[in-house]
Design a protein around this ligand. Structure first.
Ligand code: NAD
Length: 375
């Protein structure tokens, strides 16, 4: 597979492959950009070979899984640069993946071995929680390095980012509803939430409090029960949530949900949710949605609340809850700008957001270069 010339590798500063035979660690750290600050992004722990095991012998499945892992980490780290830039953070973009099933191999020893690799980067990359990693696993990595954030304990610990992410999704929905439906509040607005896990559940609380009419789904019964305990919600099957007759579709489960199979059935006029990489293909599905009159709020702008919460921890600073909340609320204004440019230029919101992010990163890189040549 070509790496240096691939679109996903484009503009990456550094990619590190890590292995530790004793614990079975196989991991990749991708640093896309440090133009705006140290690269920050979560550790994804995922069994990439699993999807190939039913169609290929195990050695081929392993090799295909590793290729998927490379592609995933590169795409995710670039996404983090864009997310952090659009949120106005002093953070660059990076991401790491650990290859394997976290339930089988995710021991504290393995996490400490990975922590030692993060430490070797001397603060170029700050890790946080992501799919497959837990606060306990982060704490284990944190025994070997101080470049771990989103911790539960410690002087600058910022704890669970999910409530902040949910607040960001909520203000994004408000911003998109104002723009598309001309409504200044969410009273009576019908919202379908796909996935009521950490973020989705907090989002449901905000929506109910704002008077929205909420439909939910999940594949875990206990999570549906938790959503029902928050107030009056309608529950639908997970296979039909995207097709619910509603105003807003909020994907808060996994990525890739906006694809040629689902888009023709979507009846919402606004899409705004927490899930990363909602579009199967950037620039294709967002254009399709635009042509269908559906306003898509770019996912990495919408779901920046969590990393906004973590920023101060990376910089070892104390910020008040009010300061942090103010930053999260600004997500709504950023989206309004994106929507306005998209309308004016008849171009997809996802493409507009990417261009804005690339511009911020390019300007920061130029400033950094100027400062270092002046020094
Ligand atoms: P989570 O795992 O707690 O919640 C996801 C929920 O979706 C779970 O309840 C799961 O059962 C459900 N689900 C999975 N597949 C489903 C399907 N096909 N249909 C319906 N429900 C399904 O994760 P989370 O922390 O709430 O994050 C949700 C999404 O937001 C993820 O894509 C994550 O990457 C993204 N995100 C989260 C944060 C954060 O602060 N937690 C920040 C940025 C982005």
């Amino acid at each position: 597979m070509p790496v240096f010339d691939s679109r996903s590798f484009k503009d990456h500063e550094q990619v590190v492959f890590c292995a530790d035979a004793e614990t079975g660690l196989k991991a990749i750290i991708a640093v896309h950009s440090t133009a705006c600050g140290p690269a920050a992004g979560g550790i994804r722990f995922w069994d990439y070979a699993a999807a190939h095991k039913h169609v290929a012998p195990s050695d081929i499945a392993e090799s295909r899984g590793e290729q998927d892992a490379v592609y995933d980490v590169l795409r995710l780290s670039r996404g983090m640069s864009y997310k952090n830039a659009m949120a106005g953070l002093r953070l660059g973009g990076g991401k790491s993946v650990i290859i394997g099933n976290p339930r089988k191999i995710g021991t504290p020893d393995l996490m400490r071995a990975f922590g030692r690799y993060i430490n070797r980067l001397s603060g170029t990359y700050y890790a946080a929680e992501d799919v497959g990693t837990s606060p306990e696993m982060l704490a284990a990595a944190g025994q070997a390095t101080r470049y771990v954030s989103g911790l539960d304990a410690g002087e600058f610990a910022t704890g669970d980012p999910s409530p902040h992410t949910a607040l960001g999704v909520f203000v994004s929905i408000q911003s998109a509803v104002r723009h598309r439906l001309g409504k200044s509040d969410l009273k009576g607005v019908r919202v379908a939430v796909q996935g009521v896990g950490h973020v989705g559940l907090y989002l449901v609380e905000h929506l109910i409090e704002a008077g929205a009419i909420v439909t939910v789904t999940d594949i875990v019964d206990a999570n549906i029960e938790a959503a029902k305990s928050k107030g009056d919600v309608t529950v639908v099957d997970s296979k039909t949530i995207h097709a619910v007759d509603c105003d807003v579709f909020a994907p808060c489960a996994l990525g890739g949900g906006l694809n040629p199979h689902t888009i023709p059935d979507i009846r919402a006029t606004v899409i705004a949710g927490a899930a990363n990489n909602q579009l199967e293909h950037e620039g294709i599905q967002d254009e399709d949605l635009r042509k269908r009159g559906i306003l898509y709020a770019p996912d990495y702008v919408v779901n920046a609340g969590g990393i906004i919460s973590v920023e101060a921890e990376v910089h070892q600073e104390k910020v008040s809850d009010a300061e942090r909340e103010a930053k999260v609320l600004r997500i709504g204004d950023t989206l309004t700008k994106i929507f306005e440019v998209s309308d004016r230029e008849s171009r997809p919101t996802g493409v507009i957001a990417n261009e804005m992010a690339e511009d911020i990163i390019a300007k920061a890189a130029a400033k950094k270069k100027q400062l270092s040549s002046a020094a």
